[in-house]
Design a binder for this molecule. Sequence first.
Ligand SMILES: C[S@@+](CC[C@H](N)C(=O)[O-])C[C@H]1O[C@@H](n2cnc3c(N)ncnc32)[C@H](O)[C@@H]1O
Length: 387
Amino acid sequence: MKQRALDIDTLLWRHRSLWQLPAYHKRAEPYWQDHYPGLAEHLLALSDAEVASLAADDRALLHYLTPVLADSVPLLQHIALPRQDTLQEQEPPSGIPGRKWQQIRAFCRALPATAASSGTAVVDWCAGKGYLTGALHQHLNAPAVGLEIDPRLVHAGNRRLPPKARLVQCDVLSGSVDQHLHAGQHLAALHACGGLHHRLLQQAVLSQAAQLSLSPCCYHRFIENWVTLSDTLKHSPLELRREDLRLAVRQTATARRGEQLARRTLQAWQLGFRQALSDSGNNLPDHLPGLPQPVAKTDFVTFSRSLARQAGLPLPPVDRRHEEAGWHLLARTERLELAAMAFRRALELRCVLDAALFLEEHGFNCDIEEFCPPTLTPRNILLRAYR
Ligand SMILES: C[S@@+](CC[C@H](N)C(=O)[O-])C[C@H]1O[C@@H](n2cnc3c(N)ncnc32)[C@H](O)[C@@H]1O
């Protein structure tokens, strides 16, 4: 685990110019071209369908890059994790979304119920409506408590849950969490965001938990920059900014087609608007505000008007040529961005391995696996830690 973390760290550092990206609008031109001969051409040769499938599949992407990026081979080796099989579909209990239920079942399957675990109190960290809290209580035959900040979710969940699985309102980032944590517990979290799972890791050590089962998510949320936790990686020159952490979760495998089209339309129109600004001799702002998805159902001129108003900019003359230029730039950007995407799983693993090493440095034994296929959720890493 230690060597893997150090190797991934070295690869990320060596190729940082490919993935530590500046602001969005500057990405259309690869500033890394001189150092990576052939890479831009290799990416620009892809068809739309190939771009879509490689953007959703880290391994296929690294395979494709092998002829122009020799380090794709060690990257492929390092991101390979043991993966659990796909579970047979099962009708969810009423009220639970189907995909969430499949994720919960896969998460529980990865935590075998043993005689030793039976009865060990479980804490579900950031429990939402407590679907996992109830499932863990049943699966592990143990009392379970779910910590959740939103009182409406706590109330709704408790109406459904049995007496030995309860939700309590608690801000896990506050000192009030201490009253719910005791030595010997099993702390579990499904899709806990960056700052929230950082806190969980620290609390698992402080409260002397017996076991921890964490599936991390959205590493950039509730956090400024990644504060390295483990002694092993503390001396790395790599600094992970919020923007870099966001890259680790840029994968749209589970977004609906309509959502994907709306997102791409807004991106293309924004690039077209920039083109119109530049054609009419305006300065290009570093940042433009994002507009809500329903705006994608209007047209380019309406979009440009709203964007100019929101950004406090003059409305430049806009027409079909700018819209077409926007789509063209988007196609180019999406291809070149695959160079960064090739590192997103390594970035994610850098965070997870840092967490695992931190726990090992504090007396836990850890393992890491994929608890479900990425089509069910791309956030499919499970870190298990035992005393
Ligand atoms: C991504 S959801 C995960 C919910 C659940 N584990 C699941 O997989 O369905 C994150 C949950 O964390 C809760 N949350 C956010 N900040 C929190 C905090 N400071 N303390 C406790 N819960 C928090 C949110 O209200 C939300 O219900």
